[in-house]
Design a protein around this ligand. Structure first.
Ligand code: ATR
Length: 461
């Protein structure tokens, strides 16, 4: 935490209600990582008017400016109303019709309003490698959020947007303003030509437990090459669950929340937030929102499954075995997957599964021995929790795996061959385990109780 003193800059977020805001996590983490003397606070401005007839939001913005507050975010219900209290408004915010960031104006006594939600979504997609230029898009929903996404997509050079909404008139209204939009009612989804599209889920359906799919037809979702849901709580909406079931890459709205904050921070302090700081901040947001995970990496037989299950039980956490998850998703055994698509095919499936771990919370995740070979996997694992390398020596590993015929890389070898293969692979892979891990725990010649005790010591550090 930054030490508060007489020179501390004040930042904040205005809203009503405000107690569930995650923005302080983003900005206070960035202040700490970059080393900026500032503190970011929630500011609860109650909707209403003063005795003099002025709106509370207007009184608050003037008062915060007069108090020297360096930067503000604005959230529900003030993203439109705040505009009246600003000395300048950026063109994109005007076009979107909503302001979420206030920056000290260089041209007047007051704040300039920006919209960083849509640039935030754009940067989130860029960091995921999702290209928008020249792309065809399907959007479900036609409220304020969907309209803003259409504005963003048009300026990012998307080719066409099929905009589906329960109330078709709202989609038609957006189409009047934005040329590339084709408005459709929900039951007209079959009119969308068979092709590959980037999908955006922009309705509020999916927020509540028990919500389902706005359109319930697998053939519709199969047209997605990638899908993004603006909702981030719950982490997995019915829309995202459907895409994962069909093997289509997808993300929830948490990365948009992160990057709208990152871009606001860049305006306030006139700097560029380094990518790894943004990623650390994302990990912190995940922890706060979805709970902390423990990820176990290491060679086969290092004890990941046994230790993982015992650790989950002792701490009241869930347990997930990555290989079992892959088997369930593919509907085939690991041996079958290797036989059909080879190691490369298996690794692709493994990477896809690792990407979806980010939605887990309060879970001990045991990974396969080769899960850390790809650098992108190591990064994704680190983002979803604290990573422990369970190390073990060759003899310990051999004893633990010698009778198991579900290890495709050791199948059909003699004892000497198995030991020498284990030694070779350990030598080749230990660097990956070490670079993947936050903490290393040796499991050679140790009982489960002793290993669990080691975890407790690490926690106290
Ligand atoms: P926001 O500003 O977050 O976009 P909004 O303007 O209230 O919020 O829009 C909510 C969107 O969710 C709309 O597209 C709405 O459809 P309608 O325009 O027909 O109201 C959509 N939506 C909400 N609940 C829905 C449901 N149960 N089924 C289908 N669409 C739903």
């Amino acid at each position: 935490m930054i030490e508060i003193n007489g020179k501390t800059n004040i930042l904040g977020v205005i809203g009503d209600p405000i107690e569930h805001t995650l923005s302080p996590v983003i900005h206070n983490t960035l202040c700490e990582l970059i080393g900026i003397n500032a503190a970011y606070l929630p500011v609860h401005v109650v909707s209403g008017t003063s005795d003099a007839g002025e709106s509370n939001i207007s009184v608050a913005v003037k008062g915060l400016y007069a108090s020297g507050v360096k930067g503000l975010n604005v959230t529900v219900p003030y993203k439109q109303d705040v505009m009246e209290s600003l000395v300048e408004i950026d063109d994109l915010a005007k076009k979107i019709g909503a302001v979420n960031t206030l920056v000290l104006s260089k041209n007047g006594k007051g704040y300039k309003g920006y919209n960083t939600d849509m640039p935030g979504l754009r940067r989130a997609l860029e960091t995921k490698g999702v290209e928008l230029s020249g792309k065809k898009v399907v959007i479900i929903g036609a409220g304020g959020a969907a309209r803003a996404v259409c504005v963003m997509l048009e300026s990012a050079g998307a080719e066409k947007i099929y905009l589906l909404n329960r109330t078709k008139e709202k989609a038609e209204k957006i189409a009047e303003e934005i040329n590339i939009v084709v408005p459709l009612s929900l039951d007209e989804y079959k009119d969308i030509p068979d092709d590959k599209y980037i999908f955006f889920q922009c309705t509020s359906f999916g927020l509540k437990p028990g919500d389902g799919l706005v359109i319930d037809d697998d053939d519709f979702y199969r047209m997605a090459e990638y899908g993004y849901d603006l909702i981030y709580n719950p982490a997995v909406t019915p829309f995202l669950a459907k895409l994962s079931e069909l093997g289509i890459k997808n993300d929830n709205g948490l990365s948009m929340l992160l990057y709208q904050g990152v871009i606001a921070f860049e305006y306030w302090f006139d700097l560029k937030v380094p990518g790894d700081y943004a990623k650390l901040t994302y990990a912190k947001l995940c922890q706060k929102l979805y709970g902390e995970n423990i990820v176990l990496v290491g060679y086969m037989g290092s004890g990941k499954s046994t230790v993982g299950k015992a650790l989950a039980e002792a701490r009241g956490m869930n347990f997930l075995d990555l290989d079992e998850y892959i088997v369930e998703r593919e509907g085939k055994s690991i041996n079958q997957i290797f036989a059909e698509v080879g190691e490369q095919g298996f690794r692709d499936s493994e990477s896809f599964s690792i990407d979806s771990l980010k939605y887990l919370s309060n879970t001990v995740i045991s990974t396969g021995g080769g899960a850390v070979i790809r650098q992108s996997n190591r990064r994704m694992l680190k983002e979803c929790g604290t990573v422990y390398y369970l190390s073990a020596d060759v003899d310990t590993i051999y004893d633990r795996v010698k009778d198991d015929d579900q290890r495709p890389l050791l199948n059909g070898l003699s004892e000497t061959e198995k030991k020498s293969k284990i030694a070779d692979m350990l030598k080749a892979r230990s660097q990956y385990y070490e670079s993947a891990a936050d903490i290393t725990i040796s499991t050679s010649n140790k009982t489960i109780e002793e290993i669990l005790h080691d975890f407790e010591i690490c926690d106290e550090l």
